[in-house]
Write a protein that binds this ligand. Structure first.
Ligand code: FES
Length: 124
């Protein structure tokens, strides 16, 4: 029996890349790549903290290579699915993919503060 196809998953903006077998969840792929996706419900499609974005125009194969959203993911995400948001714990890879991980709040706050400081300095 042939083994499962290996899929190349790139996580942006970190630029970390990992090879995982087809059928792996994005959450498991992120962990293997050393990319932090917050979780609180342990992958039960309840906390919505593991959201990621998969943009069709960025995909190496020219189309989204993920499992179709299941009932729980569809119910939880609703219209966000149209904005290419997926739950990392539910979406499974079916081919090479590029995945955007939202910046965590602390990092976003620090970046904003640093940008503000740079702006202040450039006023001199
Ligand atoms: S880990 Fe909670 S919704 Fe995915």
């Amino acid at each position: 029996m042939a083994g499962k196809q290996q899929c190349r998953i790139e996580f942006r903006p970190a630029g970390k890349v990992v090879q995982v077998p087809e059928g792996t969840t994005l959450l498991a792929a992120a962990r293997r790549a050393g990319v932090h996706l917050p979780v609180r419900c342990d992958g039960r499609a309840a906390c919505l903290m593991c959201k990621v974005m998969v943009l069709p125009e960025e995909q190496p194969l020219g189309e989204i290579s993920l499992s179709a959203p299941g009932a729980a993911e569809t119910r939880k995400l609703g219209l966000s699915l149209q904005e290419h948001i997926r739950l990392g714990c539910q979406a499974r890879v079916t081919g090479d993919s590029i995945v955007r991980v939202p910046e965590d709040r602390l990092k976003a706050a620090i970046r904003k503060q640093m940008e503000q400081q740079n702006d202040d300095l450039s006023d001199w």
